[in-house]
Design a protein around this ligand. Structure first.
Ligand code: DC
Length: 220
């Protein structure tokens, strides 16, 4: 396994189905990085809030619902997963059509984002304590808001047809463009390509090529 010269924080941002998760997971294995999928954080909160009866359309009492949810971390191989009230929701729950349909609405609420802000930043310390060579965190606002001083910031993109084909091959129903539209136009921490980030078009590349390209930049 290639060695990094020092502990590094790597931010991977991009729209839905641009290859963030597969790329981040591959890099975490290749470079011994702790992997954090912050999309799963918003999905977990969305799932828990829906279960509790909260609505993203009437968010006046959302704080009351959020206060009842405690956050914890479960390390699973090289992935750090978010536990809500000590339970890590199953992937099938996080990627259900209901969560797909509501997650962008909940993620646009400022109090929902604030619930995760310090928690997400604290994961760098956890990765150090767990003796990982670094932290790789993927999402929409990692290089812009959570870790603007990350050692490396990448922004992945791909054309619409490629992205739809990827979701279809995963057997998922997901309104990618609708979510992207909501994620880029919201007021708080919108999806943007952070200034100075390295942009990568993942459509013409294989997963291995994307991983190698980023690994070369990080290790050089
Ligand atoms: O990466 P994903 O498609 O699983 O993310 C689900 C939703 O979570 C996405 O539509 C927007 C939101 N999200 C966000 O607002 N900020 C992040 N850092 C990660 C995800």
């Amino acid at each position: 396994m290639p060695e990094l010269s020092a502990f590094k924080i790597i931010a991977i941002d991009g729209g839905a189905a641009t290859g963030k998760s597969s790329t981040s997971r591959g890099l975490s294995e290749k470079l011994n990085l702790m992997h954090v999928d912050t999309g799963a954080h918003y999905r977990s909160l969305t799932y828990a809030l829906i279960q509790a009866g909260a609505s993203a359309d009437n968010n006046s009492n959302i704080l009351k619902y959020l206060e009842a949810l405690s956050l914890s971390t479960q390390i699973d191989g090289r992935s750090a997963r978010l536990g809500i009230n000590s339970v890590v929701p199953a992937d099938a729950e996080l990627r259900s059509p209901k969560v797909n349909a509501h997650v962008s609405k909940f993620a646009a609420i400022e109090t929902v984002r604030h619930k995760l802000f310090d928690y997400q930043r604290s994961l760098a310390e956890l990765a150090r304590k767990q003796n990982f060579s670094g932290l790789i965190m993927e999402g929409r606002d990692i290089g812009s808001v959570i870790f603007p001083d990350a050692d490396h910031r990448f922004f992945l993109h791909a054309d619409e047809t490629t992205r739809a084909a990827r979701r279809a091959s995963e057997g998922q129903t997901d309104s990618i463009l609708k979510r992207d539209q909501m994620d880029t136009t919201r007021k708080t921490a919108p999806l943007v390509c952070p200034e100075g980030a390295t942009q990568i078009d993942t459509a013409p590349l294989t997963l291995e090529e994307v991983i190698n390209k980023i690994a070369d930049i990080i290790s050089s």
